[in-house]
Design a protein around this ligand. Sequence first.
Ligand SMILES: *Cc1c(COP(=O)(O)O)cnc(C)c1O
Length: 395
Amino acid sequence: MKKLSPEDQARLGSRTRLVHAGRDPSEQFGFVNTPIYRGSTVLYPTFDDIKHRRGRFSYGTKGTPTIEALETAWSDLAGAAGTVLLPSGLAAVAIALQSCLKAGDHLLVTDSAYQPARTFCNGFLARYGVETTYYDPALGADIERLFKPNTAAVLTESPGSQSFEMQDIPAIAEAAHRRDICVVMDNTWATPLFFPPHARGVDIAIEAGTKYLSGGSDLLLGMVSANETWFPHVRRMFDLIAPCAGPEDVFLGLRGLRTMELRLREHEKQALEMARWLRDRPEVEQVLHPALETCPGHEIWKRDYLGSSGLFSIILKPASDRALAAMLDDLQLFGMGFSWGGFESLVVPFDCSSYRTVTQWRPSGPALRFHIGLENLDDLKADLDAGFARLRAAL
Ligand SMILES: *Cc1c(COP(=O)(O)O)cnc(C)c1O
């Protein structure tokens, strides 16, 4: 096999790149995959080498061939100058924000952010002298009105966790960059396949690899990618703390990467069909799926996104907890639990009103978030159909 040059790689389609990125069989005795390197110590052959720290690898916390393989592949996919890997998505949020903030700074965070990210800002950053203001995710260029002289970063997440508001990222980035404010985005829903973050103005992008990179609900991983300006800051913060991802999890991430686009396309197709089916149900008040025409945020999705994933929410017509329990408790195929992105379908009840501070969350009935897995859609519909019958009977 002849090696691909960077120019060759740039010409390839995304599926081909996912197959080849971060992989060099000639360095692995011809084996297709980079194996799991476990290691702390790296040996230097001579006094002169160790004195001048000469060598491709220097110590376990600074990287291994396994870690480098996924970092390189993710940077290629995200169009980033560099990537670091963290042991969870939440750790990725933490490193991303720590990389661009210091004591005395002001941070803007979307009111629709992943709730543990809020807890990190309120519980950790506040302790270290960073002030957080939450903002309405509907703000585009108008976010400028909230900028203070010490605003250093804006955290965005689109669509919003649970509630699926779409943010105008290019407009926010343009306003922020006029003031040298760093734009951070949690891009877990779309992945770089469906929203290339850095090409849309994002400086530092976060991805919970726990979700679609894994695809199997079997590992925790986080990625932080950044552009030329911000990657040195990210790398420096990472090296100060050394929150290293485990070798097995990184290996599983590499394994998941090869099939990520195929899986995402299937989740997308299944979720869209399920969302349409739910939209036509009499028990459903509203579907929150930005890729569906008629859903809130569809215009932004159409303009900026290349696809949609398997996660969306619905608002039911008013129903008691008892009726909801009758529906959910006896589902046979949909599991009830947090996280998502695996092969299996999930449903979780949620209520954003308990933590929002600048926007109102007042749905007319209970809210459910679905992750649509890879099962046969007819089976999933039959499971929900029976659930809706139990809900109606208990109303
Ligand atoms: C799951 C998730 C995270 C955190 O990932 P963990 O690996 O579970 O810590 C961060 N952001 C979003 C949007 C998520 O859905």
